[in-house]
Every structure is written in structure tokens, then in C-alpha cells.
Design a protein around this ligand. Structure first.
Ligand SMILES: Nc1nc(=O)c2c([nH]1)NC[C@@H]1CN(c3ccc(C(=O)N[C@@H](CCC(=O)O)C(=O)O)cc3)CN21
Ligand SMILES: O=c1ccn([C@H]2C[C@H](O)[C@@H](COP(=O)(O)O)O2)c(=O)[nH]1
Length: 283
């Protein structure tokens, strides 16, 4: 939690105003942030200085791992975060690749599970990583990337947290996650939950002990209409100790994640938090 608050404070103290054309808003911005989460010690990086909707963040991750491409699929598992980008983003509404209501196009999980090469063959990146890790193999390229510049025009948004690299070392599984753009008041709340949970889940289904997760962010920003709430409300609060995440031990394979896992299979123990803060969201 301290590293999250330090990042917020650093943006407030040292951030530079940048005009963002896509949203038409200014963002107070810093470049480069490194956050680490101790998954082995189960220090769940949940924001405690406001209520965090961690279940929606895990639902979003499950949708990515399943290769979902529709906001309706995300809603069905308890996540509303894609409604606006699928249905209210002007550029996407006018895009001929959009297949209709709720379609997100070839973003995130579609790339992770059905990446397409120049002759139309599909590649399941996650399945390859899972099979290797289960067999104790780290080929130094256990990379799950949602970043496909050739298909940006076929999706509603370029992926923000775009690449997850897994490593096996000394019997433990590690994760390095890379993010190009981060809405720190809203997105980061979700993203740090997702990085932690992705390593915990992958360790569990591949039969390894979890080590640490390293989260590398390039452009970290606060939108102008979020600044006052962050500076004058959230940053004035004292954080509580980190809670713990419990994952149903019956989840034992990638097929389990694909078929029956729900939010009921995740529980948080000891979550103490301050009152919620409704930050404005920019489409
Ligand atoms: N501007 C922007 N920021 C983001 O963080 C973001 C995007 N766009 N577009 C794509 C996804 C969608 N994400 C989102 C979208 C909405 C919330 C949000 O409204 N969170 C609220 C309530 C969550 C709930 O009730 O489930 C929050 O208080 O955290 C968070 C992340 C993250 N990403
Ligand atoms: O997982 C996510 C997804 C999105 N975001 C934020 C970061 C930016 O504020 C917007 C995306 O806008 P771009 O113009 O494509 O950078 O969404 C996030 O923080 N986390």
C-alpha cells in the first residue's frame, strides 16, 4: 500500500501536465514506476485508503484468461469495466470492425488466446506458457502479450497492461508485468490486484510456489478531474495493513479457469478500508 501512496504523492509533487487528445482531458503525469508484490507471503496489494472493488478486478482478469471479446461476457461474470469502452467510445462506434453492441474487438484476451499471424493461423500464448511451466520449463520466453500493433485498429482500446512474463527460478514462479499507460486512481486499483492474482493463480495451476510479482509502469497519470479527490481526500488517509487473498485450492488447471471458476472461488481475509471515493472515469 505504501508504494501505491508513494506513487500517487510523486505524481502530485512532480507530475507534469500533458494534454490527452483521446479523452480531451489533461493528465498530471510521471514516467516510470516500479511496484513489487510479495505473492509468496500473500501480501495482497489492495488499496485500503478507499474501498476497492477487487472482485471486479479479478473478474476482468478471468475474462482476459478466457479470451473474452464482449462487454456482455465481462458483465456476466461480475465486471462492468468494459461497458463504456465497448459502447460509448466514439471512434470505436464508427469503426467498421465493431461487430455490434458490447463488442470489444481483438483486444486483450483475444490476443492472449487467439493471436493471429500473417497467414491467419492462430496461436494460444497462454496454453503454451501453461504447458511449459507445468513441465518445469522456462524457455526465457514465457511471454503472454496482448500487444499486437497490426490489430490495434480492430479493437476498442490498445491494451494498457500489455505483457506478462513468467520466470521459474529456484523452484519458484515469478511474474514481470509491463504497462504502458496507467490511470492511477482507477486503473491501478485493479491492475495491482490483477498482477498479484495472475501470479498466484498460475503458480497454483502449474504446481509451483509463488515468488514475487514485478509491475513496471511507463506513463502513470492522474486525470485533471481526479486530482482534487486524490490530493485532498485519499492522500490524507492513513493506510491499513495488507489483507490476504484466498483462492479455492480446487482450482488445479487451465481448464478449471476456462470452465467453472467464479468470483466465489476468491476470498479476501482482513480487508479494512476507508470510505469509497467515486473517481471520474474518462472514455
Ligand atoms: N480512463 C480509463 N481508466 C481505466 O482505468 C481504464 C480505462 N479507461 N479503460 C479500460 C479499462 C477499464 N478499467 C476500469 C474501468 C472502470 C473502473 C471503475 O469505474 N472503477 C470504480 C468502480 C468499480 C466497480 O464498481 O466495480 C472504482 O471505484 O474503482 C475501473 C477500471 C480500467 N481501464
Ligand atoms: O488496465 C488498464 C486499462 C486502462 N487503463 C487506463 C490508462 C489510460 O488512462 C486509459 C487508456 O488510455 P490510452 O489513451 O489508451 O493510454 O486507461 C489502466 O490504467 N489500466
Amino acid at each position: 500500500m505504501k508504494q501505491y501512496l508513494d506513487l500517487c504523492q510523486r505524481i502530485v509533487d512532480e507530475g507534469v501536465w500533458v494534454e490527452n487528445e483521446r479523452t480531451g482531458k489533461r493528465c498530471l503525469t510521471v514516467i516510470n514506476a516500479d511496484l513489487n508484490y510479495n505473492v509468496g507471503a500473500n501480501e495482497f496489494p489492495l488499496v485500503t485508503t478507499r474501498k476497492s472493488y477487487w472482485k471486479a478486478a479479478i473478474a476482468e482478469l478471468l475474462g482476459y484468461l478466457r479470451g473474452y471479446d464482449s462487454a456482455a461476457q465481462f458483465r456476466a461474470i461480475g465486471c462492468n469495466t468494459w461497458n463504456a469502452n465497448a459502447n460509448e467510445n466514439e471512434a470505436w462506434l464508427a469503426n467498421p470492425y465493431r461487430k455490434g453492441e458490447d463488442d470489444m474487438g481483438r483486444v486483450y484476451g483475444v490476443q492472449g488466446r487467439r493471436w493471429r499471424n500473417s497467414v491467419g493461423e492462430e496461436f494460444d500464448q497462454l496454453r503454451k506458457i501453461y504447458d511449459n511451466l507445468r513441465n518445469g520449463i522456462d524457455d526465457r520466453g514465457e511471454i503472454l502479450t496482448f500487444y499486437n500493433p497490426g490489430e490495434f485498429h480492430m479493437g476498442c482500446l490498445r491494451p494498457c497492461m500489455h505483457t506478462h512474463t513468467f520466470s521459474l527460478l529456484g523452484g519458484k514462479l515469478y511474474l514481470t508485468s509491463s504497462q504502458r499507460s496507467c490511470d492511477v486512481p482507477l486503473g491501478q486499483n485493479f491492475n495491482q490486484v490483477q498482477v498479484f492474482t495472475l501470479l498466484a493463480l498460475m503458480a497454483q495451476i502449474t504446481g509451483h510456489e509463488a515468488g514475487k510479482a514485478y509491475h513496471k509502469i511507463v506513463n502513470a497519470h492522474i486525470y485533471e478531474d481526479q486530482l482534487e479527490l486524490m490530493r485532498d481526500v485519499q492522500l490524507k488517509r492513513e493506510p491499513y495493513p495488507a489483507p490476504k487473498l484466498h483462492i479455492n485450492p480446487e482450482i488445479k488447471s487451465l481448464e478449471d479457469i476456462e470452465t467453472w471458476v467464479t468470483l466465489d472461488d476468491f476470498e479476501v481475509e482482513g480487508y479494512q478500508y476507508h470510505e469509497s471515493i467515486a473517481y471520474p472515469f474518462s472514455v
